[in-house]
Write a protein that binds this ligand. Structure first.
Ligand SMILES: [Zn+2]
Length: 313
């Protein structure tokens, strides 16, 4: 079923490791995983000629499907515990373990090698964003994987993605695995999986990210580290603020106004739908420039907390 195994030399460098180790990657036949979001068929990548914050695009039908699963699970859990699902204010702050997998072409920073200091800045940025909603992140481990093919191709090759994640992903549903690499010839900056996908595809769970989006990276306007904040929002169950456009139920969060489409740059004001108030262009789940992204709403915090408690705890 899995086709021929083609050995590919890869070098894994655990943080502080003394020596390089050589590992083969098992190569599965193309087609085993056609889509990063397989199981949610039409949640597909989209491409236009300007930078997208990320490659997640969920059709209204699949948003409904995901939401129905979430609501059903919430109901089941409530009946089991004879109480409503815990709310954010009822429990202690949540701490999420983070495992970094740095995929690089060699040990030069221009080739994907991310120094530890840059990861520290990224963790600070991530924690700053999520402090608003009572979630924090703890950096557990960093590993460096020197592999030119994966560095250049993983963002757009689901076989490479699956194999590398199957080989390297750490922890259970509550562990955040972040893979950095080059998004070559792409207008996207990152991808993430949703909590509802974990059961079907635990191997694929996590975030993949263009290394140039980390703080101090080379992507001007997108190098303050907020792409990760955005992608982790998906990983914790948030849709874009413009999900569903101006139509209800939009992003399934009551305190984010309806929004017709993504914001680019950092406009002073934008209001793309009738009623509901101006677009929330500073929300981390929009596509505005990094400097413009500064907030989550309490409703988004509550949604993340509920999805986390149902699917990741
Ligand atoms: Zn996104």
């Amino acid at each position: 079923m899995h086709g021929e195994q083609i050995p590919l030399l890869s070098f894994l460098v655990p943080l502080n490791a003394i020596a390089l180790a050589i590992f083969p990657i098992r190569w599965l036949s193309r087609g085993v995983f056609q889509s990063r979001l397989s199981g949610w068929g039409s949640a597909t990548k989209v491409s236009i000629s300007i930078w997208h914050r990320c490659g997640i695009s969920v059709s209204p039908e699949h948003a409904v499907e995901m939401e129905e699963g979430f609501q059903m699970l919430k109901k089941e859990r409530s009946s089991l515990t004879n109480a409503s699902v815990l709310t954010q204010t009822q429990t202690k702050p949540i701490v999420i373990d983070v495992y970094w997998h740095i995929v690089a072409a060699d040990i030069k920073q221009s080739k994907g090698w991310v120094p530890e200091g840059q990861l520290t800045l990224q963790m600070q940025e991530l924690n700053r964003g999520y402090s608003q909603v009572g979630v924090s992140f703890r950096h557990i481990h960093t590993e460096y994987i020197i592999n030119t093919v994966a560095f250049h191709k993983m963002w757009n090759d689901s076989d490479i993605e699956y194999n590398l994640k199957a080989w390297r992903r750490k922890g259970g549903p509550a562990a955040l695995n972040v893979y950095t690499m080059l998004f070559e010839s792409s207008k996207w900056l990152g991808f993430a999986t949703f909590p509802q996908q974990y059961t079907k595809n635990p191997v694929l769970d996590g975030v993949i990210l263009d290394f140039r989006t980390l703080p101090g990276g080379k992507l001007k306007r997108y190098n303050l580290g907020r792409t990760l904040t955005h992608e982790v929002g998906h990983w914790l169950g948030l849709f874009h603020t413009f999900q569903g456009g101006c139509s209800e139920p939009g992003d399934y969060v009551s305190d984010t106004p309806p929004q017709r489409s993504a914001t680019y740059g950092c406009p002073v004001y934008s209001d793309t739908c009738d009623g509901g108030g101006p677009d929330m262009i500073h929300n981390f789940m929009d596509y505005s420039d990094d400097i413009c992204l500064t907030m989550f709403t309490p409703g988004q915090g509550e949604r993340m907390f509920q999805l986390m408690s149902l699917y990741r705890m």
